[in-house]
Ligand binder design. Structure first.
Ligand SMILES: C[S@@+](CC[C@H](N)C(=O)[O-])C[C@H]1O[C@@H](n2cnc3c(N)ncnc32)[C@H](O)[C@@H]1O
Length: 294
């Protein structure tokens, strides 16, 4: 690919999605955009690039951005954030949201759905703590294709083998040929919507918990700060933010502080949180159960 074309795609991606394309990722342009060029009937990637430089079809631009996203995810990814959610955050919310009996959770870059559905299964497993409560798990992503996958709730053997305890597989999924279909009961707990993190977050409303995991790593510092500060405006004053293992607020914004000894969990600065509440559900943790073996 020509240097000028690389610069063109770098500007396009950062402007439309915040994704930073570094020169060492140049090969991704060829491998991911050649199929897009083919789908759109261009004889080559160069021909598509020429078209994009002109008055490009907006749908083509969308397809290019979607193709450049990395959708890597898994059920209960990294395990620990989901343990913290179940053992610390949920008991806290059970107490503090008892009068309104509702909890709102936002998965800010939900990919193919494993993250919000993992939260849905945890809520189901702990439903004795929440009689008659309303849960809203709002899951968003910039990619329509990945959102379609998420909404279907249909996963391959490979996907369910990654992080999903076997007891939860047997309880919430049914086998359909070579795939596994998530139950309607869990699927209905999650509302999927296309949303670009570069937009204003305010229209989404207020959330008790935000999972914004493994997406800030793809952004530059300015965009990370903008997203994190946007989250301060939609998070309840005593709400919780989960970031990915390679992500932090440190050196980016002081509006959040990390919870001591709770890696990946952040609260608003000045919220006065101390999360030492033990789990109170009396039910065994789904995460303590055996993983699906390959
Ligand atoms: C690596 S996945 C992370 C999935 C999940 N949160 C996890 O931790 O397993 C990153 C997701 O961020 C989405 N994404 C990238 N840029 C985005 C943006 N500007 N707005 C919303 N989603 C974006 C991608 O489409 C992709 O599905």
């Amino acid at each position: 690919m020509r240097i000028g074309d690389f610069d063109f795609y770098r500007e396009l991606l950062i402007g439309k999605s915040g994704l930073v394309l570094t020169p060492d990722k140049c090969y991704l342009l060829d491998s991911r955009l050649t199929p897009v060029a083919k789908k759109w009937g261009y004889p080559s990637l160069d021909a598509m690039t020429i078209a994009l430089r002109g008055v490009a079809d907006r749908k083509l631009v969308t397809d290019v951005v979607e193709a450049m996203t990395t959708n890597e995810t898994s059920f209960f990814r990294d395990k620990r954030p989901f343990e913290l959610f179940e053992k610390h955050v949920l008991p806290y919310l059970a107490k503090t949201r008892a009068s309104k009996r509702s909890i709102r959770i936002w998965c800010a870059a939900s990919s193919s759905g494993q993250e919000p559905y993992s939260l849905g299964m945890i809520l189901k497993e702990n439903d004795r703590m929440f009689p008659g409560w309303r849960f809203d798990i709002h899951a968003t992503d910039i990619s329509n294709e990945i959102l379609d996958h998420a909404r279907a709730g249909l996963y391959t053997q490979f996907e369910v083998q990654r992080g999903l305890p076997i007891q939860l597989l047997l309880k919430y999924f049914t086998q359909q040929g070579e795939k596994w279909q998530l139950s309607d009961a869990v699927r209905k707990m999650v509302r999927f919507e296309n949303f670009n993190l570069l937009e204003s977050l305010k229209p989404l409303g207020q959330f008790d918990v935000v999972f914004c995991r493994n997406v800030l790593i793809y952004f530059d510092e300015k965009t990370k700060r903008k997203v994190l500060e946007g989250i301060t405006e939609i998070l309840a004053p005593d709400g919780f933010l989960f970031l990915g293992g390679a992500e932090t607020v440190l050196g980016i914004t002081d509006r959040f502080k990390p919870m001591p000894n709770q890696r990946g969990l952040y609260v608003l600065s000045g919220s006065g949180h101390s999360l030492d509440t033990p789990g109170t559900s009396g039910q065994s943790s789904p995460l303590a159960q055996t993983r699906v073996s390959p």
